[in-house]
Design a protein around this ligand. Sequence first.
Ligand code: FAD
Length: 428
Amino acid sequence: MKNKIGLHWFRKDLRLNDNPSLSLLTSHVDELVCVYSLDEITVLDSTILPSNNEIIGKHRANFILQAIIDLDSSLQQFGQQLIVLHNNSLAPLLNLIDSLGVTDISAEWYCGVNEQYQWRQLQSMRPQLNFIQENGSTLFKASQFPFSIDNLPTTFSPFRKKVEKYCEVLALEEPIKTMPPSGIGPVRFESIKINGLSTSQSHYTALEGGETGAWQQLKYYLWDTDLIATYKTTRNGLDGWGFSSKLSAWLAQGCISPKRIYYELIKYEAERTKNESTYWLFFELLWREFFHWNHFIHQATLFSAGGVQGVIKASRVDLKTIQSWQTGHTGYPIVDACMRQLLNTGFMSNRGRQLVASCFVHELGQDWRYGARHFEYQLVDFDVASNWGNWQYLAGVGADPRGHRQFNLEKQAEVYDPHKNFMADWLT
Ligand code: FAD
């Protein structure tokens, strides 16, 4: 019988553990090829594109490079390797599929409009292949919901109440024990470039991309420090490592699955402490879940001015004003401190994100999409559904029953930075 040759296409699932599509493919093919393609969003070669076309900031570029290196070294332990394709179109992937005689292809299901589109394209261009797409990027499958996915609740609270009452988080995958051999001879990537940064130059930051870093952070936040047990009281912090889990960047690149975090939390609750704080991390993961399904339903509407509500609010696009916000020179100290923190680290707290977005839309009166776009560029944890969903929410065009969220910036600064330490640190 003819050999089955499988190809796993890594996208937003840069991990081996709890990766159902990869597990399924691995279990029934004779040879396996593992591929990552630098997609439309991540492909950048600063020698070709003018720098103002760079669409991914250096912090995320660095994180992704580390995640790729980490994935490759995990694959090596199974006698495997990661093939990195340097092109944003499907063409090199199709070439590889054809030249190797691939029979089965898998990729993780992902809510993103680009990922969905590319998968459909691939299906229509190579209909003879066996396609595997399992869901490892969310806690639940659409078929588990007590509503049809087209009737997804329009706001978070009814969604949360229903899933908490009726749905069980999907089970974890069994760890992969062996992998079929690679269909091709050794191809070690030498230097991958993203946005002018290359693998050989990637530098260590506290957020170290890859599955290994994700597990370390989960262990640190739960078992090593018990910080999770006070999460509800600290989560509105502005600066520092311990006030929230910092798992978002790993989740965004799929270095860890949300299910894995959930089940580790359950274990922690059984063995150490179960309280409002431990529940609250799950609550926040449900926000992520909601935004992922919200994106899946609304697709490109997530990027439209009127948002999912279809209401256009008056706004301007004044590039000077936008630039002052981006660089932390608006004159609102709390906003400027947060924006400089973002520029320097690629991270901003949830509280900070709310305040700067509110300022951008309300005080500065700018088109919210320019703010979301800047976040997309800068954030180390950029996640299309969460970013654009939260921006819509704050701009009053998204999944918000209130329709208008404006923060009193002075009051917020008094409450969340009472001794002005955070502002002093970032404004001097
Ligand atoms: P924790 O407080 O420890 O929360 C744990 C996890 O829950 C997070 O890692 C994240 O996966 C999820 N989560 C928490 N809050 C939210 C939320 N409001 N919406 C969706 N998921 C949430 N989060 C991203 O992951 N990527 C983004 O691109 C992003 N853009 C945002 C833009 C704006 C304007 C706002 C207001 C929020 C945005 N968030 C985004 C949500 C939130 O700010 C970050 O998830 C959080 O600050 C990341 O830090 P953490 O991992 O320590 O979070």
